[in-house]
Design a binder for this molecule. Structure first.
Ligand SMILES: [Zn+2]
Length: 61
């Protein structure tokens, strides 16, 4: 579970959504993943290594 760095609320990220983002990024992984907070609408820059922990089976490329 991610937590918004601005409003400190948990950001719900369904596994499907995480997987979809990862599928898009894994070819050319950035250092950070932009995740928009649904509550305050601000974009959190999530370090890639943190994001990867959320990816189902994500440690294997
Ligand atoms: Zn927020």
């Amino acid at each position: 579970m991610l937590r918004c760095m601005y409003c400190h609320r948990p950001i719900p990220l369904p596994k499907d959504a995480v997987k979809a983002i990862w599928e898009r990024l894994k070819e050319d992984p950035p250092s950070h993943v932009d995740v928009e907070c649904p509550r305050c609408g601000r974009v959190n820059k999530v370090p890639l290594h943190t994001f990867r922990k959320l990816v189902p089976g994500g440690s294997a490329s």
